[in-house]
Design a binder for this molecule. Structure first.
Ligand code: SF4
Length: 287
């Protein structure tokens, strides 16, 4: 059993400013007024103060109850509600009011649906396109259990960036994301690569992986078409979740980024507080 270290106070580089300035509250009330969910809130993301204050957020569609119970994730597990047919319009309205240049859309797993929720992703993309506001769109999807029809449905809706996170090294899948499969996730990335869409993925570190295992993951990602990679520190949402095994130093994130670039991934964003959607617009525009 791995030893947990998350009872020790967090290192300084993981301490963030408190939420609550005027812009933060404006973003929060807009999300609430439109009855939307954000992964920022559901995942208790440490960057909420920064992102909400700068008027950005990542929309969580298809509800806030997931059919899986990954041990790193703060989102509740259970029986999700019926798909909300008005949700795409409300997401588009929020994108419009927030004047987003780059909209990031993610979802819970909806393994009980035959389309895995892929049709709702398409409807959200179409609703945002309907604004005719030149918004670039990034989707962060589940693995759709590897069903190609569902993956390709989202790809065919032509988001600018298609993200699917590998999350951790294959040895830890069973203890971190037991309902997922490393090869299946790699195959998803391969399937969406080779076209116009930017292929993105991410890993959390601090779950007990070794640097050599991470280097092997970077090589696999590169061989499966990944162009954009995020690397961030795992933070355990509660004592019932997977423990933090290690806090990486900022310089170690720089070393990991260098290893990933050497493996052939052209755009790497690596740092203690980096998350899949952190500064996603800037990453897309400037790389
Ligand atoms: S990093 Fe992503 S999930 Fe976290 S607050 Fe910012 S937009 Fe939300």
């Amino acid at each position: 059993m791995s030893k947990r270290i998350d009872k020790i106070s967090k290192p300084d580089w993981l301490k963030v400013k408190a939420c609550g300035d005027k812009e933060y509250l404006k973003t929060l009330s807009l999300i609430r007024e439109n009855h939307l969910e954000t992964v920022c809130h559901e995942a208790n993301c440490p960057n909420r103060a920064e992102c909400f204050s700068s008027g950005t957020a990542t929309f969580l569609i298809l509800g806030n109850i997931c059919t899986r119970s990954c041990r790193f994730c703060n989102i509740a597990t259970g029986k999700p509600k019926a798909v909300d047919t008005d949700e795409p319009n409300r997401v588009a309205r929020a994108v419009d009011i927030m004047n987003l240049k780059h909209a990031v859309i993610t979802s819970v797993n909806r393994d009980e649906l035959s389309d895995g929720g892929s049709k709702q992703f398409v409807k959200v993309i179409e609703a945002i396109r309907h604004l005719e506001k030149n918004v670039t769109i990034e989707v962060l999807t589940p693995d759709f259990r590897g069903v190609e029809e569902n993956i390709l449905r989202v790809l065919d809706a032509q988001p600018e960036v298609y993200n699917h996170n590998i999350e951790t090294v294959p040895r830890l899948y069973q203890s971190v994301r037991p309902a997922a499969n490393y090869i299946q996730s790699l195959n998803l990335l391969k399937l969406i690569s080779g076209g116009k869409v930017g292929v993105k993925s991410g890993v959390m570190v601090g779950l007990g992986e070794t640097v050599n295992e991470l280097k092997n993951v970077f090589a696999d990602m590169s061989a499966h078409g990944v162009e954009y990679l995020t690397i961030g520190q795992y933070l355990s949402p509660s004592k019932n979740h997977h423990p933090v095994i290690k806090y990486y130093e900022p310089s170690e994130f720089d070393d990991l980024a260098e290893s990933a670039r050497q493996a052939g991934i052209r755009s790497v964003f690596s740092g203690p507080l980096v998350r899949s959607s952190y500064h996603a617009g800037e990453t897309y525009r400037h790389q």
